[in-house]
Design a protein around this ligand. Structure first.
Ligand SMILES: [Zn+2]
Length: 210
C-alpha cells in the first residue's frame, strides 16, 4: 500500500481482498514493520481524486486511529467516527457515498476494548448532549445478558462491558442492513462486504468478527 489507490487499483480490489489488506496492515502495525510512505507524495498523487477501498466506522477514542492501526496511507480509507461507533442517518449517508459513489468495497464497524462510551452507557451516565448520544447504545446494554448470573451490569464488570461492546458492533451491522437499501443491495450483489471488528487497546490487535 505504499503507492496510493487509483481508479484501476481500486476496481481490482474485491471485498475479500480489501479485508486481507486490513489484516495485513494490522499485522505490520503490530510487528512494527509499517510500510514507508512519503505522505506529501501521497497528497500530491491524490490531489485529483480518491479511490479508497474501505470505510471504517470507529469510535472517537484517541487510541484507535484507523490509518495507524491498519498501516494505511492517504487515500486508502474513509472514516466515520462517533463515540460508541453506532449508526445514524448521517453515518449511513456517508457510507452510501463511500461505497455506491466512491467505490469502497468493505464496510468495517470497529468497536474497541475499554470504550468510554460503552462504559458510560452501562453506567447510565447523564451529561448534556452525552445523555442522548449514550441512549443510542442502550439497546446493546439492555440486550446483553450478564456472563455470570446476578453479576454486576456496570462498567466495573469487564466481561459484561466486552459483551456489550461486541453486541453493539453486531447491532450496528444489523442497523446498516435494515436502514440502508443501498448498502444492503450492494452487499447482496457481492459488490461490498460488511464486517464487524474489535480493536484491543492493550495489544494493538484487530479481531474481525465473522
Ligand atoms: Zn470508544
Amino acid at each position: 500500500m505504499t503507492t496510493t489507490q487509483d481508479k484501476n487499483s481500486q476496481a481490482a480490489i474485491t471485498p475479500g481482498r480489501a479485508l486481507q489488506l486490513l489484516k495485513e496492515g494490522n499485522r505490520r502495525f503490530m510487528t512494527g514493520r509499517g510500510e514507508e510512505r512519503e505522505l506529501m507524495a501521497q497528497v500530491n498523487a491524490t490531489r485529483g481524486g480518491q479511490w479508497p477501498f474501505a470505510i471504517i466506522l470507529g469510535c472517537i477514542d484517541s487510541r484507535v486511529p484507523s490509518e495507524l492501526i491498519f498501516d494505511a496511507g492517504i487515500g486508502d480509507l474513509f472514516n466515520a467516527r462517533v463515540a460508541g461507533n453506532f449508526v445514524n442517518g448521517d453515518i449511513l449517508g456517508s457510507m452510501e457515498f463511500a461505497c455506491e459513489l466512491a467505490g469502497a468495497k468493505l464496510v468495517v464497524v470497529l468497536g474497541h476494548t475499554q470504550c468510554g462510551a460503552i462504559k458510560g452507557a452501562c453506567d447510565g451516565v447523564e451529561l448534556g448532549n452525552l445523555t442522548g448520544m449514550l441512549a443510542r447504545l442502550k439497546p446493546a446494554v439492555e440486550g446483553t445478558s450478564s456472563p455470570v448470573e446476578a453479576a454486576e451490569r456496570t462498567s466495573a464488570n469487564g466481561l459484561f462491558v466486552r459483551d456489550v461492546t461486541v453486541r453493539n458492533v453486531r447491532m450496528a451491522l444489523s442497523d446498516i442492513r435494515e436502514r440502508s437499501e443501498v448498502l444492503e443491495a450492494l452487499e447482496r450483489s457481492g459488490a461490498i462486504r460488511l464486517i464487524g471488528a474489535l480493536y484491543d487497546v492493550e495489544t494493538g490487535s484487530v479481531e474481525f468478527l465473522d
